[in-house]
Design a protein around this ligand. Structure first.
Ligand SMILES: O=C(CO)[C@H](O)[C@H](O)COP(=O)(O)O
Length: 283
């Protein structure tokens, strides 16, 4: 499997699977694309995490969303048909579902499999304590459900996401999924009560109007001060209390380990106990 094919195939919107689209034909159609430094770092993080956390006994696997998780699926595919034949893969949204389907892996649903062995997902940023901002791709509701349902939840990302304090590198604000009916009142509360004066409704690019999530909701991006982001649990709780908020893109106390691919070919692994391990290239 050409590693770029999975990305190209899904990202270019040609990933819609109909009954006659065969995986091999789709892959051959997808043009090979060069892997730049950031993509190489994503692949490194994903491969390292899969090698360490997707074991033969892991049969129910949650697949996150975004541009790093295609490398997770690629690495799982490389474990071979024999290993993957009796596994079930749970998606965190339409893109994630496409990834699983296009890879020829068995799709499952959280209602059938409420207990997951391991979920691997990307992140927009992670701090020293493995608190994460997620929702850059507007999938945080289903992502958090599968993260919390997993025995082990692992984050994979490139070096740009590895921060000490949230908001350092990811400055678009905390993604907040809201009921469309309540979006104006949530915006007003964020701006006037929670000190996020620049909170904005996320507008779509290739569609008139706001982004609509897989759950038919809207997304508000709410920037907060460093002081607030140094206490992400408290911030999460205060946002969740606003009427009309569906889910907040702050993941606190749920990440077991995070793997960050670096530009020099190494990987930085951070663990929930505070340990940080530097994994040299090829180790
Ligand atoms: O939370 C997410 C989507 O809602 C993604 O996992 C997050 O945005 C990271 O994406 P990428 O791997 O493309 O950097």
């Amino acid at each position: 499997m050409q590693q770029s094919s999975l990305h190209t195939f899904v990202d270019n919107g040609i990933g819609y699977v109909d009954s006659c689209t065969s995986w091999s034909r789709a892959v051959s159609n997808a043009s090979a694309s060069s892997i730049d430094a950031v993509d190489a770092a994503k692949r490194l993080a994903a491969y390292t995490a899969v090698d360490r956390h997707v074991q033969p006994g892991d049969k129910i696997i949650g697949i996150g969303s975004g541009s790093t998780v295609p490398y997770v699926v690629e690495r799982i595919l490389q474990q071979g048909d024999e290993r993957n034949r009796d596994r079930v893969f749970l998606p965190t949204g339409f893109q994630s579902q496409q990834l699983i389907t296009l890879a020829g892996l068995r799709l499952g649903d959280i209602t059938q499999y409420p207990e997951i062995d391991v979920t691997i997902d990307g992140a927009d940023e992670a701090d020293t304590d493995l608190n994460c901002i997620k929702g850059g791709g507007a999938c945080q509701l289903r992502e958090k459900v599968l993260a919390e349902a997993a025995r082990t939840f692992i984050v994979v990302a490139d070096y740009r996401k590895n921060s000490t304090v949230l908001g350092t590198n990811y400055t678009s604000g905390v993604p907040i999924e809201v009921s469309p009916f309540a979006s104006t009142s949530v915006l007003r509360s964020l701006r006037t009560k929670l000190d996020s004066p620049n909170a904005t409704l996320r507008m779509a690019r290739a569609k008139a109007g706001p982004v609509v999530t897989d759950n038919s909701n809207f997304i508000i991006d709410a920037p907060f001060t460093e002081v607030a982001l140094r206490k992400p649990r408290e911030l999460l709780a205060s946002i969740k209390l606003l009427t009309g908020v569906v889910e907040v893109g702050l993941f606190c106390g749920v990440v077991k380990a995070a793997y960050f691919g670096n530009q020099d070919g190494s990987v930085t692994a951070k663990f929930e106990n505070g340990e940080v391990v530097h994994i040299e290239e090829g180790k």
